[in-house]
Design a protein around this ligand. Structure first.
Ligand code: ADP
Length: 395
């Protein structure tokens, strides 16, 4: 079966067409600037990217263009729409309603809508993407795969905040966690690669991308994760602050004459390594600036890696030990110096990194020594494949 995987944002839509038997990506692409003007980048497997500027007034038109590209006589990869057996949608927030992926029906749409409050930037866009696909493929089954679902196994002590409990009861204010599809995929892959039993392994997954989060997976279940009610908590990220003293919000609002919403915007978009370095949110730029002696870039990287190491320490405590530390996503997969710096804090756990092994990018690899007590690995994430697998499992 061919599964179309859709990751829909407010003005963008990423897609992959995956054959579920071979797990090969037949084509992938991206619609950008939806509702503004419109750019479509389509890439059939083994061929060059084709970039087209074309009007995309709304998401339905964008999905129409995706289908047109997939069925195009020259650059398409299927003969007709009937060759798409199912659609898997990435949905950011499932609240407490979804601990698993589900086949989408009207009641699921309503439940996703009920979570809009918790993810006002993401869930409405995800719903628009689903509706656009339903309109054009009314008879094709659709599945929602939630970023939050994998973390629903966390115990209360990990998801409660030290706040009046009415806020939980009235508004469901608690830790949810995100990147769940990636944490789930990587933690399972770790067990497969090492030939160990997933149900008896303690793994810490470091998903270090533009957004970054870390999770503790014990005996096949997530027991803690660094993102919270929203994806702002936890690690320092490309542009997001991660953890900070909550009193800073009001303090900065007063000093800079900003509303709390404006300060929150700064915390989301102008903070993290971008804000601290004043250089870039991209680690390639930061490493280059640090090499040239830019002290703010050096400090931003130091602070970022130190925060990751502190979280690993706390999750080793949460699980009373750790067997595997896995690095994934853009920075985790492609940045050997970063991995080496993080692991240099973890000698007390019995983790190490062998520089020759660590000199790798984007491949599945053990990078610790044979005698290390904790196995350190690189495991590239594949959220689209995980969504396709979930979709096939449910339809
Ligand atoms: P997201 O999916 O959250 O947008 P990614 O997982 O694609 O992010 O990660 C993007 C980040 O990965 C980039 O901003 C960059 O900092 C980092 N990155 C990608 N390639 C490299 C590389 N070769 N060296 C260092 N960092 C890299």
């Amino acid at each position: 079966m061919n599964v179309l995987v859709i990751n829909c944002g407010s003005s963008s839509l990423k897609y992959q067409l995956i054959n579920s038997e071979s797990e090969a990506v037949l084509a992938k692409g991206l619609c950008e600037r939806i509702g503004i003007d419109g750019v479509l980048t389509h890439q059939p497997a083994g061929k060059d990217k084709i970039k087209t500027e074309t009007a995309m007034p709304n998401h339905t038109v964008a999905v129409e263009l995706v289908i047109k590209s997939l069925t195009d006589p020259v650059n398409g990869v299927i003969a007709s729409l009937s060759e798409i057996g199912a659609v898997g949608h990435r949905v950011v927030h499932g609240g407490e309603s979804f601990a698993e992926s589900v086949v989408i029906d009207d009641s699921v749409m309503k439940a996703i809508e009920d979570c809009n409050d918790l993810a006002p930037l993401h869930n409405p866009a995800n719903l628009i993407g689903i509706r656009a696909c339903q309109e054009l493929m009314p008879n094709v089954p659709m599945v929602a795969v939630f970023d939050t679902a994998f973390h629903q196994t966390m115990p209360k002590k990990a998801y409660f905040y030290g706040l009046p409990h009415e806020y939980y009861e009235k508004y469901k204010v608690r830790r949810y966690g995100f990147h769940g599809t990636s944490h789930s995929y990587v933690s399972k892959r770790v067990a497969e690669i090492l030939g160990k039993d997933y149900a008896s392994l303690k793994t810490i997954v470091c998903h270090l991308g533009n957004g970054a989060s870390i999770s503790a997976v014990m005996n096949g279940k997530c027991v803690d994760t660094s993102m919270g009610l929203t994806p702002l908590e936890g690690l320092i990220m490309g542009t997001r602050s991660g953890d900070l003293d909550p009193a800073i919000l009001n303090f900065i609002a007063n000093k800079e004459n900003l509303t709390l919403a404006q300060v929150t915007d700064v915390l989301n978009k102008k903070s993290g390594v971008l804000g601290l370095s004043g250089v870039s949110s991209d680690f390639r730029d930061l490493e280059a600036a640090a090499k040239e002696g830019n002290q703010w870039a050096i400090d931003a990287l130091d602070t970022y890696y130190y925060r990751v190491a502190k979280y690993i320490g706390s999750y080793a405590a949460a699980m009373n030990g750790v067997d595997v530390i896995a690095f994934t996503a853009g920075v985790g997969e492609n940045n050997p110096p970063g991995r080496e710096t993080i692991v240099s804090y973890l000698g007390y756990l019995g983790a190490d990194v062998v520089p020759e092994k660590n000199n790798c990018r984007g491949e599945e690899k053990v990078i610790s020594s044979d005698q290390a007590k904790v196995t350190v690995m690189v495991v590239p994430t594949n959220e689209e494949l995980a969504i396709a697998r979930e979709t096939v499992r449910l339809v």
